[in-house]
Design a protein around this ligand. Structure first.
Ligand SMILES: C[S@@+](CC[C@H](N)C(=O)[O-])C[C@H]1O[C@@H](n2cnc3c(N)ncnc32)[C@H](O)[C@@H]1O
Length: 250
């Protein structure tokens, strides 16, 4: 079993509720939006990476607040997630077609580690909590490079991800390797499956600078933790911290 199987298995569980992440919605509305260049009568092309069961742009309040037309492509490597996301988006449209006056969303099964082919580069790429799900720093660098090459000059890359802090701690069946920044999950046969990669903020900063991106905003949300397990809701002090980055392709 690998990381992809873990996601497929989780997404196959019947009745999973989809709700856009409140934290990502807040990040977009209160930070990211300010850095995007909106041109009247022109669609803003958005790529959402790791969209899961649906796009964060499906949030009702976000749609209500949006004054520009967003054309979104949500990508995810999980077949189950993409087919569910398409179903849920079509159901939403059946209930309220007027959404299409502000926003259109398409979903595509795609691995972020593969080079993207696109007709036109994106104005905004938002990492929808995918980067910390990759297996190791080298995969994070590769994904970052792919995202940057899909961005138009002047375009914005926004990332919200888990990062390391001194008090980070995990309990069974999770094991954190401080040397590689990898978090593993033990499966029922005792095998360790790569689960998350939680680097130090300095490592992430260097990754961004290596891509020659201009950092517009780089903040550790010191009082906000990110819960790595999908089945827990109560936050612990030992959970990873939350890093928000907004950078521009020069
Ligand atoms: C933590 S979930 C976040 C889902 C959703 N954005 C949300 O906020 O609820 C991370 C998503 O990234 C996807 N993912 C992980 N690795 C990926 C990869 N290499 N390429 C594309 N998608 C990937 C997973 O299938 C999963 O849907």
């Amino acid at each position: 079993m690998d990381q992809k199987d873990l996601f497929e298995r989780a997404y196959k569980e019947i009745g999973q509720i989809f709700k856009p992440s409140p934290s990502l919605v807040d990040f977009y509305l209160n930070r990211v939006k300010k850095y995007i260049e909106f041109v009247p009568d022109k669609k803003v092309k958005v790529l959402e990476v790791g969209s899961g069961l649906g796009s964060l742009f499906q949030d009702e309040f976000l749609i209500e607040e949006e004054r520009n037309y967003l054309s979104i492509l949500g990508v995810d490597f999980s077949f189950s997630a993409i087919s569910e996301a398409e179903k849920r988006w079509n159901n939403l449209l059946n209930r309220n077609k007027s959404i299409l006056k502000k926003i259109d969303i398409k979903f595509l099964m795609r691995n972020i580690l593969d080079k993207f082919k696109y007709d036109e580069p994106y104005d905004l790429i938002i990492d929808s909590h995918c980067l910390h799900c990759l297996n190791g720093i080298h995969e994070q660098k590769k994904a970052l490079n792919n995202m940057v090459s899909s961005l138009k000059p002047g375009g914005i890359l926004a990332i919200e991800m888990m990062i390391y802090h001194k008090k980070i701690s995990f309990s069974h069946p999770y094991y954190f390797d401080r040397n590689t920044s990898k978090l593993f999950k033990e499966d029922c046969w005792g095998s360790l499956i790569p689960y998350r990669t939680i680097p130090k903020s300095l490592v992430v900063e260097n990754m961004i600078l290596d891509e020659e991106l201009k950092i517009e905003y780089f903040t550790i949300m010191s009082n906000q933790r990110m819960i790595p397990e999908s089945n827990r809701e109560i936050v612990k002090e030992g959970d990873p911290q939350c890093l928000r980055i907004i950078c521009r392709k020069t």
